[in-house]
Write a protein that binds this ligand. Structure first.
Ligand code: KG4
Ligand code: ZN
Length: 329
């Protein structure tokens, strides 16, 4: 079963080919222009997807060494994401499917992030806890096969969004996560005691208070932070975010009596998060599932993987695809 997958939910145009569960090509084109604006400009993102989608799909087929006629299924991200960006991918996938007489299947973006585990570890029979931490989501799931149970999510900003906003406050570019991570490596994570959210129920998250605390701290300096001050702010902020993410993920696995935890989504490409989650999991005698960084950030390989799992579970493809910007899990 050969799947061609297409991803255009935010600012990455992606196409990938999966052959019987094995990844044979994965092309990602990132829209660097958003760095000039300090965040993704939805209108600009859609326009770039329109230009990028044909060359990216062509390249994915070329790298896989197959023509479109050799594809059995087309899979595409239907949401959540930026609606204009999603429409480009969905309309393209539907048109291609119609022209080539291929079945097409819509895939949820969060299910795709979680399916990065399948690409990395193969079929996972045991249920596990999965943290999805990206620019739009901070969701903690109980995962069993293709079924998801949401345990909790953020009340306000997503973790990646907080990284992006703090990066902006420090005059860094976009996406903020890797830039904060790099700056933080030169700072002291214990330099500033930023507040950890209290009074959150169960597995809820909140990052807006932390973001505001960083804003007040920078304003309190009364001038542009020095290089060392900026590095200390980045390190102390990152320390707070990672502590929250790791603690809740481990607690969920303990409470549910599970043997494994996973982290996916753009924030899960953070080296320190990976180290701290691995360390905490080892202490708690848990197995840790961490797909490689390139499968944590947005790409089409994970879309193909999610489609593969859905098809294997007996789900039927349908060309009735309506993009959605949000969804309650
Ligand atoms: O999953 P993703 O590529 O796209 C969405 O679905 O949102 O995640 C992008 C988010 C951005 O907010 C970005 O700043 C964050 O992931 N991110 C990181 C790192 N790399 C990307 N956050 C922290 N550390 C990183 N190394
Ligand atoms: Zn994503």
């Amino acid at each position: 079963m050969r799947i061609l997958a297409i991803e255009s939910s935010c600012d990455e145009t992606g196409a990938a080919v999966l052959d019987d569960g094995k990844l044979i090509s994965n092309v990602v084109q990132s829209q660097l222009i958003h760095s000039d604006f300090g965040g993704v400009v939805p209108e600009v993102a859609s326009r770039i997807h329109i230009r990028a989608i044909v060359p990216v799909v062509r390249k994915a087929l070329e790298e896989a060494g197959v023509g479109i006629e050799a594809i059995d299924f087309i899979a595409v991200t239907v949401g959540p994401g930026l609606i204009g960006s999603l429409i480009v991918g969905v309309a393209f996938a539907k048109a291609l499917a119609l022209a080539m007489k291929k079945p097409v299947m819509g895939v949820d973006h969060i299910e795709s992030h979680i399916a990065a585990n399948f690409l990395t570890y193969g079929r996972i029979d045991e249920p596990f806890i999965c943290l999805v931490a990206s620019g739009g989501h901070t969701h903690l799931f109980f995962v069993e096969g293709t079924s998801l149970e949401l345990l909790g999510c953020t009340r306000d900003d997503a973790a990646g969004e907080a990284f992006d906003k703090v990066a902006r406050m420090l005059g860094l570019g976009y996406p903020g996560g890797p830039l904060i991570e790099e700056l933080a490596s030169r700072g002291n994570p214990k330099a500033i005691e930023f507040p950890r959210p209290v009074k959150l129920k169960g597995y809820e998250f909140s990052f807006s208070g932390l973001k505001t605390a960083v804003r007040y701290y920078i304003d309190g300096i009364g001038r542009e932070p020095s290089k060392q001050e900026a590095a200390d702010i980045a390190a102390s902020f990152q320390d707070a975010v990672l502590e929250i993410l790791v603690d809740k993920t481990i607690s969920a696995a303990r409470e549910r009596n599970l043997g494994s935890v996973s982290a996916v989504g753009g924030v899960a490409s953070n080296t320190l998060l990976r180290q701290r989650l691995s360390h905490a999991a080892e202490k708690a005698h848990l197995k840790v599932l961490l797909p490689p960084p390139e499968l944590c950030t947005d790409n089409a390989a994970i879309v193909a993987a999610a489609a593969h799992l859905k098809l294997a579970a007996g789900e039927k493809p349908s060309s009735d695809l309506i993009p959605y910007s949000t969804r309650a899990y």
